[in-house]
Design a protein around this ligand. Structure first.
Ligand code: AMP
Length: 115
């Protein structure tokens, strides 16, 4: 894990975060700047800079992250109503933290197309 990556630091519990779920492969924590009533980030403990860095060897991990998004939605009480999962990759998407993370957003109607 890179020493200067803030999400690696959260995964190692060196940086404070409001963690709501953790297992051997991932951590889920509240976004510092929430864009919806529920806004949780799900990150792998393994450092992948972005979605494009994941390869076939990460297939199980990616599937697990998807399952954890649903688990987070259940924990937050938004699974039945529905929620949005967002992964930003690269400059045009607005990615600002270069450690793969899945945004779980919910608790209000989501607009489409997204901004
Ligand atoms: P992205 O623009 O997809 O890279 O999203 C990065 C997200 O990380 C943003 O929604 C930030 O609010 C969030 N964020 C950045 N630093 C922290 C932190 N220390 N704890 C929780 N969320 C953070």
């Amino acid at each position: 894990m890179p020493t200067d990556c803030i999400f690696c630091k959260i995964a190692r519990r060196e940086l404070d975060a409001a963690v709501i779920y953790e297992d051997d492969q991932c951590v889920a924590f509240e976004d510092l700047n929430p864009q919806a009533p529920v806004h949780v980030l799900v990150i792998p403990k393994k450092h992948l800079a972005d979605f494009g860095e994941a390869d076939v060897a990460d297939a199980q991990l990616l599937g697990h992250l998807c399952q954890v998004c649903e688990k987070v939605a259940e924990l937050k009480g938004i699974a039945a109503d529905g929620y949005r999962v967002v992964v930003n990759k690269g400059a045009l998407s607005g990615q600002s933290v270069f450690h793969l993370h899945l945004h779980v957003l919910g608790g209000r109607p989501m607009d489409w197309p997204p901004g």
